[in-house]
Design a binder for this molecule. Structure first.
Ligand SMILES: [Zn+2]
Length: 226
């Protein structure tokens, strides 16, 4: 589903667990696309065809999945990363993940082409799209959020959901870090807050006021000091 110019969201609609995926079109050389969090190939509980649905969604938007040149992974959990290897082996899509998730990614059989650090990520030789990679630990040690300042888009992975946050009780999780990470990104100027899961809400929070309301709700709920 197209959200804005060059911005697409694939909201998970199944019953079983899977993540939302997002795509920034035409931002790489030869008009190739960037995909964020491709999700499962098939869901774990009930074998829902997650990847097939994602590919269909991309095609329905008039985009060619074969033109995905780079996959960014917000963090190394199976429900976000599993299909990355499909794109990598079938169409030679590069995979990027934060340095602090590299070991676990490798242990899970993944091969990262690019290890990310916090900072700017310039895409394409024209460098027409500039992303800000923000290290946002709490849900996992090398979790990132991806800020696109020009379009005021924050791709939040499992840091923030609608009126909720990612779990901190999984290996490498930390509630203190989660609070710190949320506090940090809450000061950004965001019109589109794109969450990693559709928990009781599609996970696409649109509009400055709605985004602000969500941050305020979380700050209050988690007792984050202003
Ligand atoms: Zn996760």
């Amino acid at each position: 589903m197209q959200l804005a110019k060059n911005l697409y969201g694939y909201i998970w609609q199944g019953q079983d667990n899977n993540c939302n995926s997002y795509l920034i079109s035409n931002c790489l050389d030869q008009n190739r696309h960037l995909l964020i969090d491709p999700g499962h190939i098939k869901t774990k509980g009930t074998d829902e065809p997650a990847l097939e649905l994602l590919l269909k969604g991309i095609q329905n938007d008039g985009l060619d999945p074969g033109a995905i040149g780079l996959t960014l992974l917000t963090h190394c959990h199976p429900d976000h990363i599993e299909a990355a290897s499909f794109f990598q082996t079938r169409i030679n899509t590069k995979v990027a993940i934060h340095r602090a998730e590299a070991d676990i990614y490798q242990q899970m059989g993944g091969i990262a082409d690019l290890l990310l650090d916090e900072g700017d990520l310039k895409l394409g030789t024209q460098e027409s799209v500039l992303l800000d990679i923000i290290h946002s630990p709490g849900h996992s040690p090398g979790h990132i959020t991806i800020f696109w300042p020009k379009e005021k888009v924050l791709i939040a992975g499992d840091l923030i959901f609608y009126h909720s946050t990612g779990r901190t009780d999984l290996p490498g999780g930390s509630l203190a870090q989660m609070k710190q990470s949320i506090k940090r990104v809450s000061s950004l100027d965001v019109d589109w807050l794109l969450c990693g899961h559709p928990y009781g809400h599609p996970g696409v929070i649109q509009g400055r006021d709605e985004v602000k309301e969500n941050f305020q709700f979380l700050s209050h709920q988690m007792m984050i000091e202003p």
